[in-house]
Design a protein around this ligand. Sequence first.
Ligand SMILES: Cc1ncc(C[n+]2csc(CCOP(=O)(O)OP(=O)(O)O)c2C)c(N)n1
Length: 627
Amino acid sequence: MSDKVYRHGELLEKVNSPDDIKKLNYTELNQLSEEIRKFLLETVSKTGGHIASNLGVVELTLALHKVLNAPRDKIIWDVGHQTYVHKIITGRKDVFGTLRQLNGISGFPRTDESPYDAFNTGHSSTSISAALGMARARDLKGETYTVAAVIGDGALTGGMAFEALNDAGMSRTKLLIILNDNGMSIAPNVGGLSRYLNRVRVRPLYYRTRESMQAFIDSLPRTGKRVRKLIHKIKGAMKSMLIPSMFFEELGFRYFGPIDGHNIKEMVSVLEQAKTMKGPVLVHVKTVKGKGYSFAEDKPDIFHGIAPFEIETGQVLKPGSLNYSSVFGNKLCELAQKDNDIVAITAAMTDGTGLRPFKEAFSKRFFDVGIAEQHAVTLAAGLAMGGVKPVVAIYSTFLQRAYDQILHDVALQKLKVVFAIDRCGIVGDDGETHQGIYDISYLYTIPNLAILSPATPNELEEMLEYAVLKHQGPIAIRYPRGSGHEIPGSHTPLEFGKGVVVKEGKDVTLIGIGYMLNIACEAAELLESEGISCEIINPRFLRPADDDLILESARKTGKVVVIQDAIKNGGFGSYATELISNKELNARCLVLGLPDKGIEHGEKSLVLRKYGLDAAGIKKSIKEMFK
Ligand SMILES: Cc1ncc(C[n+]2csc(CCOP(=O)(O)OP(=O)(O)O)c2C)c(N)n1
């Protein structure tokens, strides 16, 4: 082994593809790991991003690329938030500074970004299904490459992962699954499987004993049938003595582990062996989330996904002001003080959804179900049927998972479930897989569901109070990421199915949904300065919409513009257009929203500008109507 001493950064400088990793010995790979950690910190402290998860997989990523031959061999990263190291060593080191910025590289794997990204991910628990599909396609086509899925213990709590394990285990398909087990989802992981993994992690005795036993058996001369049967029985008894049941083996996987996910040599040796197996194999790797950066190791939840921070102190550079999530969480606590029936559900996002104070104050009425949005919604249906008042807080993008549960379990039965839908609209840096721009359209197809959209934090509080205390039946409140501010002018109390006129005008009606109302007001100022008088409406209820208000304004101005932070088709804008055209008014309706294609990552204001949804863009589109 070489004992050459390298200048810091020297090894990383030389690495441009996985072939360069294959040339390095273990001393060099260990040094490269340290260089990568430093590089990760220097970059992500400026761009923000998923630092803790990436610090945890540095050695694992190097070991995988040393053993596998990507891009011929396929690596599918579950969620995909932990692919920074993979990106750095697969030719994207020089553009890594553009991470998550408009026109820069994505924070998630993208097949259109690199041939080394085998499958796009962003939402959790998809990797095993995708890997199994690719492996089956490989077999059907008579090809021979390796397909590997890398899945965290958090992602393993998602129902899809279980469905895929169930299928893959018995399939006999050659498939490699790496379980990256750090005991953490965003916060500490939850559920029975997590407890089981913890027991496996802290009791490696069984595996060591089993391995020594296997070696002993292998060393025996060929024995007779009866002796082999006896050995088999002893093995089974020993297994059930040390570990009650071996989950993955029972499902049909060959299991290796748990192994140290920071020991490249050990991982390479196990992966080499696993790669030669004929059927499905699971390699259980133990890692430390945030490894090598003390602040992230101490608080892996805070450093899971973080805004730009100072490396020396671990402090976020621009702490956010009171955001919609905290307004929601605090208001829910206030309501829960008064009403013992209120319960809250999260799918592994206690902090993101602002439910931490609720969890602390009302632990018995709080349920973190793991990354299991579908289960969260049907659990809520059951709770509602049982007579309590469930509030399910889920991000818009992740609620997509639970479409049928909303429709089939909640809405058709008209159950009183409150959906607190966070991160609606453009979410910014996480990009295409995380945009909350489809919810209005898909929720519009759900029967019996009321859909509300607050334009200000105060409105969110009012709507939540209405939804929890007064409304009968299913109701959804969609609100954006980040903070908001109040709109000047007198306040009209919330009334079911009623919108409000924020400002009267005569030439054109601007209907701004949620935070787009603020931008509509800015656009109206620009238009007014050019002599176009604008009426501005806050619809508040997207469903049932305030038809009278919309029609009255349409009659007055003859031009209605719906401005929404969502795709144009199928939602409120389409509804308003149809409403106006059905009444055969002499009025036009224009919908300003997003095209129904994926919308890229980048700072929210820049993305809005790109799609003509900033004040200047809106003004331009409206002026066209006057030509
Ligand atoms: C369907 C879905 N729900 C929620 C999330 C948000 N989310 C992103 S990463 C994560 C935790 C993943 O934990 P794990 O798989 O153990 O990876 P780690 O970051 O610990 O390495 C969650 C809940 C998501 N990406 N997809």
